[in-house]
Write a protein that binds this ligand. Structure first.
Ligand SMILES: [Zn+2]
Length: 81
């Protein structure tokens, strides 16, 4: 089970879309989350459910910045407020 990073709803992995951090060539300033439809890209993943609201919010979601800095290597993310 994974939780949507936006609404925190816990859902089976197949019901969520995985996103990974795509680093722009110019550096971290241009980094953004990128959809990983096959759930096969390496690295840290963030999950978003199928709700329209969440899908819209994930494009501007910035929570990955804090967690990336904290060096959190896990994928649970259940304690983020
Ligand atoms: Zn959601």
């Amino acid at each position: 089970m994974r939780s949507c990073v936006i609404c925190r709803q816990t859902l089976p992995k197949h019901a969520l879309t995985r996103y990974v951090l795509a680093r722009a060539q110019s550096g971290a300033a241009g980094a953004a989350l990128m959809e990983d439809p096959r759930k096969r890209l390496p690295g840290r993943g963030w999950y978003c459910c199928a709700e329209d609201l969440c899908r819209r919010k994930i494009s501007s979601y910035q929570g990955w910045r804090r967690r990336a800095k904290a060096g959190d290597g896990g994928e649970t993310g259940v304690h983020r407020v």
